[in-house]
Design a protein around this ligand. Structure first.
Ligand code: NAP
Ligand code: F7E
Length: 330
């Protein structure tokens, strides 16, 4: 019998890759998407007509629709990838951020508890939850893992800490299989255009094709991020729900780079000097920043057998080449 999986946020970066992965594994996938006045299935264009994919409209802020979908499908697995996922925006829309990222999770967990208690649940937790905090090893290297205390630095991160704790409580209080993946930044050619990496690679794609004469406006270049490839990370999500017991897992590459380094590498890859094109726009600085993220995923390696397969250089190159192609045809 095919397994059934529900994916929220199927129109997003991770949802689209995960849906492809599960369909390849012969799952029946129920993809939940938010209503929009315009077509927004670009990321799932290759699977939108797949016979094992059902697409249903919903909104994470509406408990009734979540409950009725859970009742109807009683899925084997439920991957909750929908979120207000932009850290900067969460400072401008904190209330919406909580409605979606925290109350939305509560609606799903309550639905599973009351109507579909055998469903395995995956929560999209995040390295942003560590905020300014890190652990230090005996060689004075800074890192974050499952034992690093959470000190969130944005409404987004606080909303995710709250849902992370809800998942933990539903796991222990109600014996629900609820697992959180604490994923560090992961990118791809499908990354939203207002996140740092894609903003840079999109600009270079336009520049190389003579489609822009503007400067690229960026904020803080001094932060460090541990950037991996989204395809590797959705595979980790899948592995987490194949376990016998629920848990929390850090997923990362273990390598960190400054935002400036990402910018330099990207421009260098097309033989350009970033200094001629990048302009600092103070309005893009966040009211509070996360300065340093560098994960350690020893637990995922040991328990899931997961390791990342894409290097930082290959990620930059794939995103740049993809955007050069995209803007050659626009
Ligand atoms: P994304 O590309 O921004 O996708 C988010 C998805 O959520 C979109 O499909 C969006 O729909 C949907 N959504 C937003 N609000 C909704 C609502 N009220 N009701 C229903 N759907 C709604 O994010 P992503 O990069 O794929 O990330 C997936 C998840 O992992 C998110 O929960 C994110 O917070 C978390 N995460 C991401 C990273 C990362 O580096 N990418 C790292 C750690 C954790 P529309 O298409 O309609 O906007
Ligand atoms: O910023 C700096 C910015 O928005 C990265 C989300 O997927 O990963 C993501 O959150 C860094 C920050 O990602 C610009 O200040 C400079 O230091 O690409 P980002 P993020 O904030 O790390 C985590 C793990 C998630 O969970 C989130 O959902 O780059 N930065 N200039 C800029 N960032 C943006 N967006 N735009 C700029 O112009």
């Amino acid at each position: 019998m095919n397994k059934t999986a529900i994916i929220t946020g199927i129109t997003g970066q991770d949802g689209s890759y995960l849906a492809e992965l599960l369909l390849e594994k012969d799952y029946k996938v129920v993809g939940l998407y938010r209503r929009s006045s315009s077509y927004h299935f670009e990321r799932i264009s290759s699977i939108v007509d797949h016979p094992n994919l059902t697409l249903l409209e919903f909104d994470l802020t509406d408990p009734s629709v979540i409950l009725s979908i859970l009742k109807q499908y009683e899925p084997d697995e439920f991957y909750n990838l929908a979120a207000m996922s932009h850290v900067g925006t969460s400072f401008h829309q904190p209330s919406t951020t909580f409605d979606i990222n925290t109350m939305g999770v509560l609606h799903i967990l309550e639905g599973i508890r009351t109507t579909s208690s055998a469903t395995k649940y995956y929560q999209a937790s995040t390295s942003e939850m560590f905020g300014k905090n890190y652990s230090v090893d005996k060689n004075n290297n800074k890192y974050q893992d499952e034992n690093t205390p959470l000190i969130p630095q944005s409404p987004y991160a606080v909303s995710k800490v709250a849902s992370h704790n809800l998942v933990r409580i539903y796991r222990y209080a109600y014996n629900i299989f609820a697992t959180s993946g604490i994923l560090f930044n992961h990118e791809s050619p499908r990354r939203g255009e207002n996140f740092l990496t894609r903003k840079v690679t999109k600009y270079i794609g336009q520049l190389v094709n003579n489609k822009t004469s503007d400067n690229l406006k960026l904020g803080n270049l001094q932060a460090y991020r541990d950037w991996g490839h989204a395809k590797d990370y959705v595979y980790a999500m899948y592995l987490m729900l194949q376990q016998d017991v629920p848990d929390d897992f850090v997923i990362c590459t273990g390598q960190t780079h400054s935002v400036l380094n990402f910018v330099i590498k990207s421009f260098e890859s097309v033989d350009l000097d970033y200094k001629q094109y990048v302009e600092i726009d103070p309005s893009l600085y966040r009211p509070a920043e996360v300065d340093y993220l560098c994960g350690r995923s020893l637990k995922a390696q040991k328990v899931l057998g997961w390791i990342p397969s894409t290097s930082f250089d290959d990620l930059v190159s794939e995103m740049i080449q993809s955007d050069i192609k995209v803007y050659a045809n626009v």
